[in-house]
Every structure is written in C-alpha cells, then in structure tokens.
Design a binder for this molecule. Structure first.
Ligand code: PEP
Ligand code: MG
Length: 314
C-alpha cells in the first residue's frame, strides 16, 4: 500500500466491523503537538518530563501552564492525556532525583518522587488546571510508575483536588497489572506502558541492547500482564490504553485490540500503518490473533502465531 495514501488517511481508528480503537500520538513537547496534525485522534501520552530535563530548577507554574496550554490548543478539542513527571532511572533530574541510588530503576522514580518532592506534583497539577481554565479544554492526567491501589488513590485525589477531574495511572509495574481491578477501582482509566512493563516483568534493563530478546512485549509473560489489565478494564467498563512502543508494531496492535485494549498511542509516524492494520481485521479476528499469541510459549512463537492470522497486506 502506498505510504502517501496511508498517511493521508485520517479516519478514526476502527476495526473492519466498526469497533472504535482510538489512535493517539506520543509527544514530548508543545512543538511535537503542533506537528502531529490530523493523523492522530489526539495525544495519548504527553511525556512532560521533557520540560524538566537539563535544568537546574523545576519550571515555574506559569511556565508549565503555558506549555500545557500550547499542547491543548494544538490538540484543538481532541483528547489529550498528560503524564505527570516521570523522573529517575533513565531520566535523572538535577533538582529532584538522587544521583547515587544503587538500583535507580527500582528506586525513587516516577510517582514515587511525591514522597520527597510533593510540591513538584502539586505545581504540575496546578499548572495543568490553569491551562485547562485558559483553553476550555478538559485534559486527562495520569501518573507513571504506580505499583499499588493506595498510590493510585492518592494521585487521583491530588488531581481532582487541583481541578483536573479525569485521573488515571500508567500500568507499567507488574504488580499493578496483576491487580489492575483494584487500581481501576481508584481511577478513571489506565494506560499500559509496555516498555517498562517488559523491563520489570522480564527483569531486563530497557537500555541494555544486548538483552533485546528478553525485553520484548511478545514475551508470553508480558502478554499475560497486558491481558490481565485489559480484562480488568472490560470488567469495570473503564478505558485501558497502551502507550508503550509495542503499539507501533501493527501485528502487536491487532493483538492488543484483541485483548480488549481501547486505545493505542504511539510515535505519530507509526499511526498510518496501525490504522490500516486495525481496519483490515474484525474485532473477532483480533480476538483470534490475540488468543494465538497468548497460547504460545515463546516470544518468537507468539509473533509467528499472530502473524499467521494477519492479512498479508498488513
Ligand atoms: C512505557 O514505559 O512503556 C512508557 C510509555 O513510558 P516511558 O517509555 O516514557 O517510560
Ligand atoms: Mg514507562
């Protein structure tokens, strides 16, 4: 299929039988939001840490409000999911994270920073509320690296107190995936971060290229965690998205839809192929593709079993 024709197609994501699958973009800056254009139905992951990196102090509430408002304006009424600061581990911050942690990926990263620096989160939520008031948009907000229902409850309470009503969390720690029902009881939605979910499920540093075979969302154990989370979403009727890089693989996108994921967020360049793949399969076929992948015992077999059921045009 011609790339140009694919890229020009901006219809909302849906399976061949019309089940909606929102196709969203991952961004890191307001400039990214400007560039996304009509290819995405909205922003599924705004990684706000980009505003904080390589600085000696956190951006002020005014500065943050301006950046968030710029993204909301660029989205022009479409959905925007803002993720609160995910610092630590592979994203250190001079003014917040500890440089000497022995195991930074297992340390004070993501939402856990609220323990030592609650003002960072509260300033961020206040800025998002200001951006909301300034633009009339209603962004969703989510916290990274949530492991327990208490953390989810605390985050949602802080977000709602600040005036941002739709609050969710990322599911990227296996504990959260295994108990996704308890997490979803506290929040309005969840979004699976398959990069970290694979890292933590497989005990494999996401930055170690030579371990890429282990760090693979096709690993059946990782698929099981995604499936458990999607089942909890279906049971509660709350949205379960995916915003990890795995969504950008069109065959994996079909597996995720078949598992019950309701939105896929990815680098904007990957959206046309995902849209095409989703449209060429019914929701029942996606279910069969997902079942075949879950049945496999290895990542390689999972991918092969899924691919065998996918339209060869994809
Ligand atoms: C993820 O972990 O899959 C994710 C989307 O978050 P990040 O890559 O920013 O950690
Ligand atoms: Mg992550």
């Amino acid at each position: 299929v011609a790339q140009a024709a694919l890229a020009a197609d901006t219809a909302p994501g849906a399976t061949a039988d019309g089940q909606a699958v929102a196709l969203l973009a991952n961004i890191g800056t307001p400039a990214d939001a400007e560039r996304v254009g009509a290819v995405a139905e909205g922003i599924g992951l705004f990684r706000t840490e980009v505003l904080f990196l390589e600085r000696q102090a956190a951006p002020t509430v005014e500065e943050q409000a301006e950046a968030y408002a710029a993204v909301l304006r660029a989205a022009d009424g479409r959905k925007v999911v803002v993720r609160t600061l995910d610092a630590g581990a592979d994203k250190p911050l001079a003014f917040a994270t500890q440089p000497d942690e022995e195991n930074p990926a297992l340390g004070v990263r993501g939402y856990r920073l609220v323990r030592s620096h609650p003002e960072l989160l509260d300033t961020q939520l206040a800025a998002l509320a200001r951006a909301q008031d300034a633009t009339g948009a209603t962004p969703w907000v989510m916290a990274p690296m949530i492991a327990t229902p208490e953390e989810a409850r605390d985050f949602a309470a802080r977000a709602r107190a600040a005036g941002v009503v739709t609050a969710g969390v990322m599911v990227e720690v296996p504990a959260a995936a295994l108990r996704a029902g308890d997490i979803l009881a506290e929040v309005d939605f969840v979004s699976l971060g398959t990069n970290d979910l694979a890292q933590y499920a497989m005990a494999t540093d996401r930055l170690r290229g030579e371990l890429a075979d282990l760090l693979d969302a096709w690993q059946p154990a990782v698929l099981d965690l995604v499936a458990a989370t999607a089942r909890a979403g279906a049971a509660t009727g709350k949205p379960v998205g995916v915003c990890g890089e795995s969504a950008a693989d069109p065959v994996m996108a079909l597996v995720l839809v078949g598992l019950g994921v309701t939105s896929l967020s990815m680098a904007p360049g990957a959206l046309p192929a995902a849209r095409y793949a989703v449209r060429r399969h019914t929701s029942a076929r996606c279910g069969q593709i997902a079942a075949a992948a879950l049945d496999a015992r290895t990542a390689r077999e999972a991918r092969a079993a899924a691919t065998a059921l996918v339209d060869p045009e994809v």
